[in-house]
Structure formats: structure tokens, C-alpha cells
Design a protein around this ligand. Structure first.
Ligand code: CA
Ligand code: CA
Ligand code: CA
Length: 361
């Protein structure tokens, strides 16, 4: 049962790493207390090397000398599998005190909140409300703020620092699945995109409502990215399937028409997608994988399929070469890509019900 405890801790840390820019210098995205290394004392019982992973099992005695057994929590890949109250986390210095805090999105439709870094003091982190309702499973980060649905037909963004809510629109449906930031109309300003339409960013993003254009970007997806895939000057879209099979790029044609092109449909539930130039050739590549047990042991299609982590090398003109990174990890709902040290090649950190994994080139 100790393994379950280690998995819980690792999953928490891994989620905090995901999806944010380089705030600190010794991790992919965040270092919560640079002056306070965490010591974990115990007796190492098991070390298993299975390239590229290592699994360790540590027995920890309690202050009274007893050995405590920890039950697996609901979000873990155990017989108790269920939802954890943490769909996405972001590391961010919310109150600007120089210490990185945690922003947490729970079950879609529930409140989003942030936890205040105690600046080295002991005790639980104080939890503060951020939004009473957060409906997006893939909150998006723009230079001007954090973007997510705040109702079934309400899209908002929150200003860093004050976290003041700015309404984008409360007139159009906001899908739970599929959200991204990118300049889809090519006017130089980053727009907000869902699979059913996009809001064109106005000159002042604080003005409301933003102009909305309906789109058909296929079935439920996860993170959405804007990329001129075929190099014709029109921004295209890439997206992955939240709970079915599919990874697609959508070719933009004149008149807001988007034509779907299948990139891969060999594994299901690619519920997290990132765009990054993994091989340094100047062309942005795609990284995704199979989410494990998104809806439990029997939910969705092929829930027990091989948990691949995959990247697709961008060959230009809409051609992609598939590379399997790993077949025993997969993705969750977000993950992180970035160099572990200055000048290093991009590494990948994933976290899900299988645990937490770091992949280095
Ligand atoms: Ca734009
Ligand atoms: Ca294009
Ligand atoms: Ca590349």
C-alpha cells in the first residue's frame, strides 16, 4: 500500500509541473520552495529498473513506531478508481510575493481555487476562491490571462495578479471539451477557440463581448492549437480526441471552413496534446498519448489499451512521422515539455493514473 502513497505524492507534483512557462530554474516549470529541500526518510524495500523507468518502494514508520497503511485514493489506478478532485493544476505566483502558488481546477462545473504558498512555513496551504464555476477541462493560458468557461454559455478570462474576471461572452455555448488560444483570424491578436466557434480578440481584451464566429472543429477534443500546418498562410488547427479515437489537423479554407485531416486513430483518449519543436528543426511537432482510465476500467472506448506516449514529427505540408516514445505511461489531462537545464533538449513530464514519468532526449 506504500506504493499508493508514493503515487499520490508523485501525481500531485507532476500535475503542478504541467502547462506553465519557466518560472524557476531547476525544474520544468515551478519550484515551490527553493530554500527547503524535502527529505523523505524510510527503508528502501524495492528498486525496480525498467528502462526508462524506475520504481521504488519505501517503508515509512510513523512517530509512534507503527507502520501505516495507506488506502489508494479514488483517482489512482486501483480497485478504488474514480475521480480525483483535481482535473488540472497550474503553478503560478498568484499574489506576486515571489513564491509560486498552485491553481487548481476540480471536477468540471465546480469551483476553481488557488492555494497560497506559505513561504517556507509549515502547515496546509491556505485555499482561496478563484471562480465559483469552472467548466473547461482544458483551461488555456494566454499572455493576458487564464481562460476558461465559467458556465455552459459563459467564457471568461482572469487577469494575473488581481485575478479579476473579464467576460468574453455569455451568449454562446462553451463545450466542456476543447479549448485553445491562437491567432485564428490572422490579425496578430490571440483568439479564444473551442470546437464550436472562436472569439476574435478585440484590441482591448477587457472589452466585452468579443466577436464570435461559429466553427465546426469536429468531436470532443482537449487542448486546441493554431498552426499553419500546410504553410499556405492560413492558420490551421490541431486537436486530439478527449474520449474516442483520433488526432486531427483542420485545414482552414476561405470562409471559416475547416477540413478535417486524420493524423492518427490507432489509440483512444488522447486527452492531452502539446505542440513543441522536439527535434529542433524549426517545425513545431505534436506530442500526445493515451489517457489511462479517463472514465474508469470500463468507460469510453478501449480503456485498457496500451498507454502510448507518442510524438509526431512535423515534415511540413501536412505530413507527420509517428514516433513512439513509450508504451507504459500515457498522458493525463495535461503534461509539460521543456528543457531540464539551460540549453538542454526538450524533456517531457507526464502524470496520470499510471504514475509520473520523466522522459529525456
Ligand atoms: Ca486574432
Ligand atoms: Ca494553413
Ligand atoms: Ca520539429
Amino acid at each position: 500500500m506504500i506504493r499508493n502513497l508514493l503515487t499520490i505524492s508523485a501525481v500531485t507534483v507532476g500535475l503542478l509541473l504541467a502547462g506553465l512557462p519557466a518560472i524557476a530554474h531547476h525544474s520544468i516549470s515551478a519550484e515551490f520552495d527553493p530554500d527547503k529541500p524535502i527529505e523523505f526518510a524510510g527503508t528502501v524495500k524495492v528498486i525496480e529498473w525498467t528502462n526508462p523507468h524506475i520504481y521504488t518502494q519505501v517503508e515509512v514508520k510513523q512517530p509512534d513506531g507503527s507502520e501505516k497503511e495507506f488506502e489508494g485514493f479514488m483517482g489512482a489506478k486501483t480497485e478504488q478508481n474514480g475521480y480525483s478532485n483535481n482535473f488540472q493544476s497550474f503553478a503560478h505566483d498568484v499574489n506576486g510575493d515571489g513564491w509560486v502558488d498552485e491553481i487548481v481546477f476540480g471536477f468540471p462545473g465546480q469551483a476553481a481555487f488557488w492555494r497560497e504558498n506559505p513561504r517556507g512555513a509549515s502547515g496546509d496551504w491556505v485555499q482561496h476562491p478563484l471562480a465559483p464555476t469552472a467548466t473547461s477541462e482544458s483551461p488555456a493560458r494566454a499572455p493576458w490571462g487564464l481562460v476558461f468557461g465559467t458556465g455552459p454559455s459563459r467564457m471568461s478570462w482572469f487577469e494575473p495578479g488581481s485575478f479579476t474576471e473579464h467576460l468574453i461572452d455569455n451568449l454562446h455555448p462553451v463545450p466542456v471539451h476543447g479549448l485553445g488560444i491562437g491567432d485564428l483570424d490572422g490579425d496578430g491578436r490571440l483568439d479564444v477557440i473551442t470546437r464550436t466557434g472562436y472569439w476574435s480578440a478585440p484590441v482591448d481584451p477587457r472589452s466585452s463581448p468579443w466577436p464570435f464566429t461559429p466553427l465546426d472543429l469536429g468531436p470532443d477534443c482537449a487542448q486546441i492549437y493554431v498552426l499553419d500546418v500546410n504553410g499556405d498562410g492560413l492558420p490551421d488547427v490541431v486537436a486530439s480526441s478527449a474520449h474516442q479515437f483520433g488526432l486531427w489537423w483542420y485545414e482552414q479554407k476561405p470562409g471559416h471552413v475547416f477540413v478535417q485531416h486524420q493524423i492518427d486513430a490507432s489509440f483512444s483518449q488522447s486527452h492531452a496534446l502539446q505542440v513543441a519543436d522536439l527535434n529542433g528543426d524549426g517545425r513545431p511537432d505534436l506530442v500526445t498519448g493515451k489517457r489511462v482510465w479517463a472514465h474508469g476500467l470500463t468507460g469510453d472506448v478501449d480503456p485498457g489499451g496500451t498507454p502510448f506516449l507518442v510524438w509526431y514529427e512535423n515534415k511540413g505540408a501536412g505530413e507527420w512521422t509517428k514516433h513512439v516514445i513509450d508504451n507504459s505511461s500515457g498522458v493525463g489531462t495535461q503534461f509539460a515539455i521543456g528543457p531540464l537545464r539551460a540549453g538542454g533538449k526538450p524533456a517531457i513530464v507526464v502524470s496520470n493514473k499510471n504514475g509520473v514519468y520523466l522522459f529525456e532526449q
